[in-house]
Design a protein around this ligand. Sequence first.
Ligand SMILES: [Zn+2]
Length: 181
Amino acid sequence: MNRLAREANIKIRMVPANSRQRRAAKKIRPTFLTIHSTANHSSSATAMQHSRALCRGAFSNRSWHFTVDQYMVVQNLPLNESGWHAGTAAGNHNSLGIEMCEAENRGQNHFRTWDRAAKLVAVLMKRYNINLRHVVPHYHWTGKNCPTPLLSNGRPGPKWGWFLSRVDYYYRCINGGKPNR
Ligand SMILES: [Zn+2]
């Protein structure tokens, strides 16, 4: 588990505790993991840039726990605090929000971003004993087409199934070969 967490390369850049989002947060214990993608194709829309913008309040009331790109994961919120990302109270109060970057420029590799996110999800499943069935796209809570690159015609399909199979693979790597599904 520690090795997989190291591979995920998690940096910490917390939204300030006195920010509007954090003052409004509830104490939670996550039982779901909600996967998003940023839908921002700008070449500068990396994990660190998103986290900086989140920390200075550029996303108004929105907040989420992790931002992932092909190089790193940035943690933005404590994992026992709710974010505002799922579009429903049930989603926000029961899940951690994970945003995957879609920056497009030379050398960007979305597969590596999705693979890094899958490693992070496996580590969090293990830490909180979360079942693979509780690894859900934003779509699960509201029907939104998110994470767009992993949905098919706006719904979970073969690409989402592929992502879950990566998660399941990494989970079994850190759980003695046994799945949690
Ligand atoms: Zn989303």
